[in-house]
Design a protein around this ligand. Structure first.
Ligand code: FES
Ligand SMILES: [Fe+2]
Length: 439
């Protein structure tokens, strides 16, 4: 079990908190490159509980800094983005993307001290259509070595969706694999689904067994179910430091992706999904169908309705369905068993469930089961790393070693039976999988 004080250690990400310090050892994807226009208006950005502004200067460089002007703390969100920097509209001081004060027009020339003033700016780089921000001290590490980040940019898709709950709660929805046969497929009788559909296996045995272990990148599990004589249906998935998951929702062979659960503050998270367009992933596949050709209700993956972005601190990439409209729950569809939850769409179902727990789960309420071992192991691994950093200054896993992420992949496949050691099954299947960037 997780105590309330461990819960606080795990979920709080502000400056000076154990998990906040851990998170500040990694690059975090914060916004789409396309959200920032050259000399365009600065954008409000909440990240790790800090209020920031982001802008793109005349040369195309990205600046990310505390929103408070170092003079008298007016918000630089109101600033003028002009000729190589952001100018505060209060007294006209101007800052470049590195935070240097480059103009101090409100002070007589002989008293000018602009070379002594610096806005609190953070490093920013662009990769895969995203702006990545490093909020720690000292030299930033390399970007995480996900396979998908090495693919040509035009083969990568990225999407952002905000979630109104703590980052860990959102992430744990991803590694809570035993919910699949209920939340997403509880209304489906396996006899009605073609036996070669991956969906079939996840609902034939709704209480699958797991192997779980620590991995160089975090933690890994393999869910497995018998799939005919001498064969097993395997589902591998990963947690990766500090806030990433790789879900088993695609064919392992080509399922290159990464799913970030980036903390905006303790109660809000930005889901950042990066995936290979050519993968035979569930993302690209049509929704599961019954043998008679009808689509299985509630299992759609597209069609997510978004609200227009606003300039609020938390106004970006919000879904139209939220707690305020009960996530669009259709009680009639629930009653008729057309959709188990009555909520339409896989992503929305996950979003609704994790948001329904409240902004930050009260861990004291939980009764974790043996089927939640991936969750408990991941919490322990995170706590160990955050405490080792706090108490001994030990740098957390993967922070200095992008290669630690290289051998992480998730997905499903039918393979050798469960007598074969699971990590051997993994290594063998990974070696035989598609690796276009190594070609
Ligand atoms: S507060 Fe920004 S220039 Fe004075
Ligand atoms: Fe789910």
């Amino acid at each position: 079990m997780t105590t309330a004080s461990e819960g606080a250690e795990l979920t709080q990400v502000g400056p000076g908190t154990p998990m906040g310090r851990l998170m500040r050892h990694y690059w975090l994807p914060a916004l789409l490159s396309s959200e920032l226009e050259r000399d365009g208006p600065p954008l409000r950005l909440m990240l790790l509980g800090e209020k920031l502004v982001a802008f793109r200067d005349s040369a195309g460089r990205v600046g990310v800094m505390d929103h408070r002007c170092p003079h008298r703390c007016a918000s630089l969100f109101l600033g003028r983005n002009e000729q190589g920097g952001l100018r505060c509209v209060y007294h006209g001081w101007k800052y470049d993307v590195a935070g240097n004060c480059i103009d101090m027009p409100s002070v007589p020339e002989h008293q000018d001290f602009k070379h002594k003033v610096k806005a609190r700016a953070f490093r920013a780089v662009e990769r895969a259509g995203l702006v990545w921000v490093f909020m720690g001290d000292g030299e930033p590490p390399p970007l995480p070595g996900f396979e998908v980040l090495d693919l040509p940019p035009d083969e990568i898709n990225v999407s952002l969706i905000q979630r109104d709950c703590n980052w860990l709660q959102a992430l744990e929805g991803e590694i809570d694999t035993s919910h699949f046969g209920f939340l997403h497929g509880g209304h489906v009788d396996p006899r009605d689904v073609p036996e070669d559909d991956p969906f079939y296996y996840t609902i034939t045995n709704r209480a699958p067994q797991y192997h779980i272990a620590d991995a160089p990148w975090g933690t890994q599990y393999a869910g497995y179910r018998a799939a005919g004589p001498g064969k097993t249906y395997w589902r591998f998935a990963n947690f990766l430091f500090p806030c990433w998951s790789q879900a088993p929702n695609g064919e392992f062979d080509s399922h290159m992706h990464a799913r970030g659960w980036v903390p905006l503050d303790d109660g809000h998270t930005m889901f950042v999904f990066i995936w290979w367009k050519k993968a035979r992933s569930a993302q690209a596949l049509p929704q599961p169908r019954f043998k008679d050709g009808r689509p299985v209700g509630g299992t759609g993956r597209g069609g997510i309705r978004m609200l227009p972005n606003t300039t609020d601190w938390l106004g970006r990439w919000r879904m139209a369905m939220n707690e305020g409209n009960d996530w669009g729950i259709d009680r009639e569809a629930q009653r008729r068993n057309a959709i188990y939850s009555g909520i339409d769409g896989i992503h929305l179902q996950d979003q609704a469930i994790t948001e329904s727990m409240g902004p930050v789960t009260d861990f004291g309420w939980e009764h974790l089961a043996p089927s939640d071992q991936m969750i408990t192991r991941t919490r322990r691994r995170l706590l160990r790393a955050a405490r080792a950093l706090r108490d001994k200054g030990e740098r957390p896993p993967g922070a200095d070693d992008p290669g630690a992420y290289r051998a992480a992949r998730s997905g499903y496949f039918v393979g050798p039976d469960e007598q074969t050691p699971w990590q051997e099954v993994y290594a063998r299947t990974l070696a035989a999988a598609v690796h276009p960037q190594d070609a």
